[in-house]
Design a protein around this ligand. Structure first.
Ligand code: C2E
Ligand code: CA
Ligand code: CA
Ligand code: CA
Length: 280
């Protein structure tokens, strides 16, 4: 038994060591990767449930195309960047790219749809957050309402006073605030009432669970009703099947996003969607 115990420990040690090595490699190459344009902004379409699934927006999702490692998943590097602070720099890059894309769409005469960018918890505590965002909006001459800010639900639980102030300010400037991953279990209904918000983004766990629990239908209906009451729009993400899509329409969800419609794609490819929307 003792021997086996030791073996297990060694295995654990090995994976931990590999993980730390990998993290070190990522940390060593992130600045260089940014300057070498290895980070790419992908866009995933959002559709309105009304108007036969009209293209209604996009979410900007970052990808790292490393010359040796290939495409890295955000799950591998975003948590690390949130720890070491690089997320602030990377997010600003994604915001600026998104603004540049919005400007290009307007110049091409495409239908005006917003892009939602992810705002990490660390970004909210940057004193110059609003200045940075306004700087991009002015540089690319955009209406701030075209830039939606997705902030994960768990970020709302700490320093609520400060978050409320920051979001109030941003909303006052015209940005649209989306609460991402809503329903993952951190927020209380009381907090929801106090947060300056425009859109609730339902976490995908709600609609993806194969074995629908009896209470789940009730919870979904309750959230939809609450959102309507509070005059918030609801976006469902992670929609993978026709059944899920139909159910969300029936529940009165406003927007949907997921592999059933399209995966995140390069901006060039997304442009084709806008073009066909224009022709429709
Ligand atoms: P998120 O903001 O909740 O983004 C949704 C994730 O679900 C994305 O994963 C998206 O590709 C994926 N997804 C979309 N449709 C479906 C579907 O139908 N089924 C399933 N299973 N997944 C779907 P991705 O792109 O790997 O990003 C993962 C997370 O990394 C994001 O979760 C977000 O928290 C973070 N992230 C991605 N890009 C950025 C960024 O530019 N800045 C920051 N701060 N975080 C980012
Ligand atoms: Ca998001
Ligand atoms: Ca989400
Ligand atoms: Ca998430």
């Amino acid at each position: 038994i003792k021997g086996q115990y030791g073996k297990h420990f060694a295995v654990y040690d090995e994976t931990l060591r590999n993980k730390l090595l990998r993290e070190q490699e990522i940390t060593d190459s992130m600045e260089w990767a940014l300057s070498e344009e290895q980070f790419l902004v992908y866009l995933q379409p959002k559709y309105a449930t009304e108007g036969e699934g009209r293209l209604a927006g996009a979410e900007a999702l970052v990808r790292w195309n490393h010359p040796e490692w290939g495409f890295l998943s955000p799950a591998e590097f975003i948590p690390l960047f949130e720890k070491n602070g690089f997320i602030t720099k990377l997010d600003q890059f994604v915001w600026e790219r998104s603004c540049a894309i919005l400007r290009q769409w307007i110049d091409q005469g495409y239908p005006r749809i917003p892009i939602s960018v992810n705002v990490s918890r660390a970004d909210i505590y940057q004193a110059n957050l609003a200045d940075v965002l306004v700087g991009f909006i002015e540089k690319y001459q955009l209406s701030p309402s075209l830039l939606h800010l997705e902030i994960t639900e768990s970020a709302y639980t700490e320093n609520q006073e400060q978050i409320i102030d920051t979001l109030d300010h941003l909303r006052g400037l015209g940005f649209i605030i989306e609460m991402d991953d809503f329903g993952t279990g951190y927020s209380s209904l009381n907090m929801l009432n106090e947060m300056p918000l425009d859109i609730l983004k339902l976490d995908m766990k709600f609609i993806q669970s194969e074995t629908a629990k009896p209470a789940e239908e009730g919870i979904l209906r309750f959230i939809m009703g609450l959102a309507r009451w509070m005059e918030l729009s609801v976006v469902a993400e992670g929609v993978e099947t026709k059944e899920q899509w139909e159910r969300l329409c029936e529940l009165g969800c406003d927007y949907v996003q997921g592999y059933y419609f399209a995966k995140p794609m390069p901006a060039r490819e997304f442009e084709k969607l806008l073009k066909s929307e224009e022709e429709a």
